[in-house]
Design a protein around this ligand. Structure first.
Ligand code: MN
Length: 139
């Protein structure tokens, strides 16, 4: 693992308990500190409080959805510079465009690819550190 991603804090906003557990386990094993939110509102609150290096944002959330939450984060000067990567189960044409329009750096498709997930996250962290726009995961 590269130096830029070691011990970075990742905020996961995900309402599905199994997905949250899997993503958390994979990232913690890779050395990240994980902060969890199960709603968009809680995610915004924790983004402000924790200043994570990256936010993984489920698109389908109760009440406010993940793309609306991303727009809020991007419009706020306190959180607008934190890269947001969408977690989407609806990997279809147009998803990446919608995620980018909302301000996401890209997306990672669900179901979570156990063997690749941490390296995908590391890639987004490196892109953010380098100031480059993100790319999707190529699935
Ligand atoms: Mn969901």
């Amino acid at each position: 693992m590269s130096g830029v991603s070691a011990k970075a804090t990742i905020l996961i906003v995900e309402d599905n308990a199994m997905n949250m557990q899997l993503a958390t386990d994979l990232l913690e094993v890779a050395g990240y500190r994980v902060v969890q939110a199960t709603t968009a509102e809680e995610g915004i609150t924790l983004a402000l409080a924790e200043r994570p290096e990256l936010i993984l944002m489920d698109v389908a959330l109760p009440a406010m959805d993940g793309l609306a939450a991303t727009r809020r984060l991007k419009q706020d000067a306190r959180t607008g510079d934190i890269p947001v990567v969408a977690l989407t189960a609806q990997a279809m044409a147009g998803d990446e465009a919608r995620a980018r329009e909302a301000g996401c750096a890209g997306y990672i498709a669900k179901p979570i690819a156990t063997r690749r997930f941490a390296s995908l996250v590391a890639g987004y962290l490196q892109q953010a550190a380098a100031g480059r726009p993100g790319t999707h995961d190529g699935r």
